[in-house]
Design a protein around this ligand. Structure first.
Ligand SMILES: [Zn+2]
Length: 311
Protein backbone atom coordinates (compact mmCIF):
# COMPACT_ATOMS: atom_id res chain seq x y z
CA UNK A 1 0.00 0.00 0.00
CA UNK A 2 2.80 2.38 1.02
CA UNK A 3 4.58 1.50 -2.23
CA UNK A 4 1.45 2.29 -4.26
CA UNK A 5 0.89 5.56 -2.37
CA UNK A 6 4.51 6.66 -2.95
CA UNK A 7 4.11 5.75 -6.64
CA UNK A 8 0.90 7.80 -6.94
CA UNK A 9 2.45 10.76 -5.09
CA UNK A 10 5.46 10.72 -7.44
CA UNK A 11 3.23 10.54 -10.51
CA UNK A 12 0.92 13.27 -9.21
CA UNK A 13 3.86 15.48 -8.23
CA UNK A 14 5.42 14.89 -11.65
CA UNK A 15 2.24 15.84 -13.45
CA UNK A 16 1.63 18.83 -11.22
CA UNK A 17 5.17 20.22 -11.39
CA UNK A 18 6.07 19.12 -14.85
CA UNK A 19 3.08 19.83 -17.00
CA UNK A 20 2.17 23.01 -15.19
CA UNK A 21 5.64 24.38 -15.96
CA UNK A 22 6.02 25.44 -19.60
CA UNK A 23 9.81 25.33 -19.38
CA UNK A 24 9.63 21.66 -18.32
CA UNK A 25 7.24 20.89 -21.15
CA UNK A 26 9.32 22.88 -23.61
CA UNK A 27 12.46 20.99 -22.73
CA UNK A 28 10.76 17.58 -22.74
CA UNK A 29 8.27 17.96 -25.56
CA UNK A 30 9.98 19.88 -28.30
CA UNK A 31 7.05 19.47 -30.68
CA UNK A 32 4.68 21.31 -28.34
CA UNK A 33 6.80 24.45 -28.12
CA UNK A 34 8.75 24.21 -31.34
CA UNK A 35 9.39 27.49 -33.18
CA UNK A 36 7.40 27.91 -36.40
CA UNK A 37 9.29 27.12 -39.58
CA UNK A 38 11.04 30.26 -40.77
CA UNK A 39 9.88 31.32 -44.21
CA UNK A 40 9.80 34.74 -45.83
CA UNK A 41 6.08 35.05 -45.16
CA UNK A 42 6.52 34.09 -41.52
CA UNK A 43 9.27 36.68 -41.16
CA UNK A 44 6.86 39.27 -42.50
CA UNK A 45 4.12 37.99 -40.19
CA UNK A 46 6.23 37.76 -37.05
CA UNK A 47 9.39 39.69 -37.90
CA UNK A 48 12.96 38.35 -37.66
CA UNK A 49 13.19 39.52 -34.06
CA UNK A 50 10.47 37.07 -33.08
CA UNK A 51 12.74 34.23 -34.11
CA UNK A 52 15.93 35.80 -32.82
CA UNK A 53 14.44 36.41 -29.40
CA UNK A 54 12.40 33.26 -28.97
CA UNK A 55 14.99 31.76 -26.61
CA UNK A 56 15.37 34.84 -24.44
CA UNK A 57 13.59 35.80 -21.25
CA UNK A 58 9.91 36.39 -21.57
CA UNK A 59 9.93 40.04 -20.47
CA UNK A 60 12.46 41.20 -23.06
CA UNK A 61 10.75 39.11 -25.72
CA UNK A 62 7.42 40.74 -24.96
CA UNK A 63 8.97 44.22 -25.10
CA UNK A 64 10.75 43.49 -28.35
CA UNK A 65 7.80 41.94 -30.12
CA UNK A 66 5.55 44.82 -29.02
CA UNK A 67 8.06 47.25 -30.50
CA UNK A 68 8.44 45.10 -33.55
CA UNK A 69 4.72 44.93 -34.27
CA UNK A 70 4.86 48.57 -35.32
CA UNK A 71 7.80 47.93 -37.59
CA UNK A 72 6.07 44.88 -39.04
CA UNK A 73 3.20 47.13 -40.16
CA UNK A 74 5.72 49.18 -42.07
CA UNK A 75 7.16 46.15 -43.83
CA UNK A 76 3.70 44.97 -44.83
CA UNK A 77 3.08 48.40 -46.37
CA UNK A 78 6.15 47.67 -48.46
CA UNK A 79 3.96 45.80 -50.96
CA UNK A 80 2.07 47.24 -53.92
CA UNK A 81 4.98 49.01 -55.57
CA UNK A 82 6.20 50.60 -52.36
CA UNK A 83 9.54 50.07 -50.72
CA UNK A 84 10.09 51.28 -47.18
CA UNK A 85 13.78 51.91 -46.65
CA UNK A 86 15.58 54.78 -44.94
CA UNK A 87 18.13 56.44 -47.23
CA UNK A 88 20.44 58.49 -45.04
CA UNK A 89 22.04 61.59 -46.54
CA UNK A 90 25.55 62.46 -45.36
CA UNK A 91 27.99 65.10 -46.60
CA UNK A 92 31.25 65.40 -44.64
CA UNK A 93 32.64 62.86 -42.18
CA UNK A 94 35.54 64.52 -40.39
CA UNK A 95 37.95 64.17 -37.48
CA UNK A 96 38.11 67.94 -37.07
CA UNK A 97 36.05 70.92 -38.25
CA UNK A 98 36.97 74.57 -37.76
CA UNK A 99 34.45 75.89 -35.17
CA UNK A 100 34.25 79.15 -37.17
CA UNK A 101 33.04 77.23 -40.23
CA UNK A 102 29.39 76.95 -39.22
CA UNK A 103 28.27 75.99 -42.73
CA UNK A 104 30.58 72.99 -42.77
CA UNK A 105 29.70 72.12 -39.17
CA UNK A 106 26.07 71.73 -40.20
CA UNK A 107 26.98 69.30 -42.96
CA UNK A 108 29.45 67.27 -40.91
CA UNK A 109 29.11 64.15 -38.81
CA UNK A 110 32.23 63.55 -36.72
CA UNK A 111 34.00 60.28 -37.39
CA UNK A 112 33.44 58.54 -34.01
CA UNK A 113 29.78 59.49 -34.18
CA UNK A 114 29.50 58.10 -37.70
CA UNK A 115 31.14 54.86 -36.62
CA UNK A 116 28.60 54.53 -33.80
CA UNK A 117 25.78 55.14 -36.26
CA UNK A 118 27.10 52.48 -38.63
CA UNK A 119 27.39 49.98 -35.78
CA UNK A 120 23.91 50.89 -34.49
CA UNK A 121 22.32 49.98 -37.84
CA UNK A 122 24.20 46.70 -37.81
CA UNK A 123 23.32 45.94 -34.18
CA UNK A 124 19.64 46.67 -34.86
CA UNK A 125 19.62 44.14 -37.68
CA UNK A 126 19.72 46.49 -40.67
CA UNK A 127 21.53 45.39 -43.79
CA UNK A 128 23.19 48.15 -45.83
CA UNK A 129 22.02 48.43 -49.43
CA UNK A 130 23.27 50.46 -52.36
CA UNK A 131 20.84 53.13 -53.53
CA UNK A 132 20.71 51.22 -56.82
CA UNK A 133 19.50 48.09 -54.95
CA UNK A 134 16.58 50.11 -53.66
CA UNK A 135 15.73 51.35 -57.15
CA UNK A 136 15.97 47.78 -58.47
CA UNK A 137 13.52 46.65 -55.78
CA UNK A 138 11.18 49.44 -56.84
CA UNK A 139 11.41 48.65 -60.53
CA UNK A 140 10.90 44.91 -59.91
CA UNK A 141 8.16 45.69 -57.35
CA UNK A 142 9.92 43.37 -54.94
CA UNK A 143 8.61 43.09 -51.40
CA UNK A 144 10.97 44.40 -48.74
CA UNK A 145 11.09 41.55 -46.26
CA UNK A 146 14.00 42.63 -44.10
CA UNK A 147 15.41 45.64 -42.37
CA UNK A 148 17.66 47.61 -44.67
CA UNK A 149 19.24 51.04 -44.91
CA UNK A 150 21.03 52.91 -47.70
CA UNK A 151 23.82 55.27 -46.66
CA UNK A 152 24.47 58.02 -49.20
CA UNK A 153 27.23 60.65 -49.28
CA UNK A 154 26.77 63.75 -51.42
CA UNK A 155 29.47 65.68 -53.33
CA UNK A 156 32.33 63.14 -53.33
CA UNK A 157 34.57 64.59 -50.63
CA UNK A 158 37.95 63.02 -50.01
CA UNK A 159 37.04 62.31 -46.38
CA UNK A 160 34.83 59.52 -47.70
CA UNK A 161 37.90 57.70 -48.99
CA UNK A 162 39.99 58.50 -45.90
CA UNK A 163 37.49 57.72 -43.14
CA UNK A 164 34.30 56.06 -44.40
CA UNK A 165 35.77 53.57 -46.85
CA UNK A 166 37.98 51.81 -44.22
CA UNK A 167 34.96 51.47 -41.92
CA UNK A 168 32.85 50.01 -44.71
CA UNK A 169 35.50 47.39 -45.44
CA UNK A 170 35.95 46.61 -41.75
CA UNK A 171 32.20 46.14 -41.20
CA UNK A 172 31.37 44.73 -44.63
CA UNK A 173 28.92 47.58 -45.16
CA UNK A 174 27.86 49.35 -48.34
CA UNK A 175 27.42 53.01 -49.24
CA UNK A 176 26.71 55.24 -52.23
CA UNK A 177 28.71 58.35 -53.13
CA UNK A 178 27.23 61.08 -55.34
CA UNK A 179 30.13 62.54 -57.29
CA UNK A 180 30.23 65.99 -58.95
CA UNK A 181 32.10 65.06 -62.12
CA UNK A 182 33.66 68.51 -62.65
CA UNK A 183 35.07 68.56 -59.10
CA UNK A 184 36.98 65.28 -59.29
CA UNK A 185 40.61 65.79 -58.20
CA UNK A 186 40.02 69.27 -56.72
CA UNK A 187 41.38 69.92 -53.26
CA UNK A 188 39.23 68.12 -50.69
CA UNK A 189 37.45 66.00 -53.32
CA UNK A 190 37.99 62.41 -54.42
CA UNK A 191 40.62 61.81 -57.10
CA UNK A 192 40.09 59.72 -60.23
CA UNK A 193 42.18 56.88 -58.76
CA UNK A 194 40.24 56.91 -55.48
CA UNK A 195 36.91 56.77 -57.31
CA UNK A 196 38.10 53.83 -59.41
CA UNK A 197 39.28 52.01 -56.30
CA UNK A 198 36.02 52.68 -54.45
CA UNK A 199 33.98 51.49 -57.41
CA UNK A 200 35.96 48.26 -57.80
CA UNK A 201 35.87 47.43 -54.07
CA UNK A 202 32.28 46.14 -54.07
CA UNK A 203 31.52 48.28 -50.99
CA UNK A 204 30.79 51.52 -52.82
CA UNK A 205 28.30 52.55 -55.48
CA UNK A 206 29.21 55.67 -57.43
CA UNK A 207 26.27 57.87 -58.44
CA UNK A 208 25.88 61.18 -60.29
CA UNK A 209 25.48 64.71 -58.89
CA UNK A 210 25.80 66.83 -62.11
CA UNK A 211 29.00 68.31 -63.64
CA UNK A 212 29.13 71.59 -61.68
CA UNK A 213 26.81 71.12 -58.71
CA UNK A 214 24.23 73.44 -60.23
CA UNK A 215 20.86 74.42 -58.83
CA UNK A 216 18.55 72.59 -61.23
CA UNK A 217 15.71 75.10 -61.06
CA UNK A 218 15.42 78.08 -63.35
CA UNK A 219 18.17 77.00 -65.73
CA UNK A 220 17.52 76.40 -69.42
CA UNK A 221 16.26 72.97 -70.35
CA UNK A 222 19.43 72.40 -72.36
CA UNK A 223 21.79 73.30 -69.49
CA UNK A 224 19.89 71.05 -67.11
CA UNK A 225 20.02 68.16 -69.59
CA UNK A 226 23.76 68.65 -70.22
CA UNK A 227 24.65 68.90 -66.51
CA UNK A 228 22.84 65.64 -65.79
CA UNK A 229 23.84 63.67 -68.88
CA UNK A 230 27.49 64.80 -69.10
CA UNK A 231 28.03 64.28 -65.38
CA UNK A 232 26.83 60.71 -65.84
CA UNK A 233 28.92 60.01 -68.94
CA UNK A 234 32.13 61.35 -67.38
CA UNK A 235 31.82 59.09 -64.36
CA UNK A 236 30.86 56.07 -66.45
CA UNK A 237 33.96 56.62 -68.60
CA UNK A 238 36.10 56.85 -65.48
CA UNK A 239 34.86 53.70 -63.74
CA UNK A 240 34.08 51.71 -66.87
CA UNK A 241 30.52 50.86 -65.94
CA UNK A 242 27.00 52.26 -66.00
CA UNK A 243 25.89 54.35 -63.05
CA UNK A 244 22.27 54.02 -62.02
CA UNK A 245 21.33 56.59 -59.41
CA UNK A 246 21.49 60.36 -59.10
CA UNK A 247 21.12 62.99 -56.36
CA UNK A 248 19.84 66.52 -57.08
CA UNK A 249 22.38 69.14 -55.89
CA UNK A 250 20.87 71.19 -53.02
CA UNK A 251 17.87 68.87 -53.34
CA UNK A 252 16.58 71.26 -56.04
CA UNK A 253 14.55 69.67 -58.81
CA UNK A 254 12.15 70.70 -61.55
CA UNK A 255 10.10 68.90 -64.16
CA UNK A 256 12.91 69.52 -66.68
CA UNK A 257 15.40 67.99 -64.25
CA UNK A 258 13.22 64.93 -63.69
CA UNK A 259 12.84 64.44 -67.44
CA UNK A 260 16.60 64.88 -67.92
CA UNK A 261 17.34 62.11 -65.39
CA UNK A 262 15.04 59.78 -67.33
CA UNK A 263 16.65 60.73 -70.65
CA UNK A 264 20.09 60.15 -69.12
CA UNK A 265 18.85 56.67 -68.16
CA UNK A 266 19.12 57.04 -64.43
CA UNK A 267 16.97 54.43 -62.70
CA UNK A 268 16.39 56.54 -59.60
CA UNK A 269 17.01 60.07 -58.32
CA UNK A 270 17.13 61.33 -54.76
CA UNK A 271 15.97 64.64 -53.33
CA UNK A 272 16.54 65.99 -49.82
CA UNK A 273 12.82 65.69 -48.98
CA UNK A 274 12.40 63.72 -45.76
CA UNK A 275 10.66 60.34 -45.76
CA UNK A 276 11.26 56.61 -46.00
CA UNK A 277 8.42 55.51 -48.29
CA UNK A 278 9.44 55.04 -51.93
CA UNK A 279 6.99 54.37 -54.73
CA UNK A 280 7.73 52.62 -58.00
CA UNK A 281 5.77 55.29 -59.87
CA UNK A 282 7.97 58.09 -58.48
CA UNK A 283 11.55 56.92 -58.89
CA UNK A 284 12.66 60.38 -60.11
CA UNK A 285 11.90 61.90 -56.69
CA UNK A 286 12.94 59.61 -53.84
CA UNK A 287 13.15 60.83 -50.26
CA UNK A 288 16.03 60.68 -47.83
CA UNK A 289 16.54 61.26 -44.11
CA UNK A 290 19.22 63.24 -42.30
CA UNK A 291 21.53 61.39 -39.90
CA UNK A 292 20.25 63.30 -36.84
CA UNK A 293 16.63 62.32 -37.58
CA UNK A 294 17.43 58.82 -36.38
CA UNK A 295 17.53 57.84 -32.71
CA UNK A 296 20.38 55.35 -32.80
CA UNK A 297 19.34 53.84 -29.46
CA UNK A 298 15.96 52.89 -30.90
CA UNK A 299 16.16 52.92 -34.67
CA UNK A 300 12.87 51.07 -35.23
CA UNK A 301 10.82 53.58 -33.28
CA UNK A 302 12.43 56.57 -34.93
CA UNK A 303 11.69 55.10 -38.37
CA UNK A 304 8.08 54.46 -37.42
CA UNK A 305 7.92 58.13 -36.39
CA UNK A 306 9.44 59.35 -39.69
CA UNK A 307 7.16 57.00 -41.60
CA UNK A 308 4.06 58.46 -39.92
CA UNK A 309 5.27 62.03 -40.17
CA UNK A 310 5.97 62.00 -43.91
CA UNK A 311 3.33 59.58 -45.21
ZN1 LIG B 1 25.63 68.27 -53.24
Amino acid sequence: MAYITTFLVVIFFGIFMGFSNPRFVASHSPTLFAKPTITISSIIAYGPEYFENSGREETSEATNSARFLKYQDILIESRDGKVIVPVVMYHYIEKYVDPQDTMKQKLTVMLPEFENQLLAWKKSGYETLFAKDLSKNLIDQKVMDKRAVALTFDDGYEDFYLYVFPLLKKNKAKATVYVISGYIGRQGFLTREQIRELSKSGYVEIGGHTVNHVYLKGLSRQTIAQEILNGKKEIEKLIGEKIETFAYPFGAYSLDAEVATINAEYDASFTTQPGIIHESTKTTLLSRVRPHQINYNDIDSSLVKIYNEYK
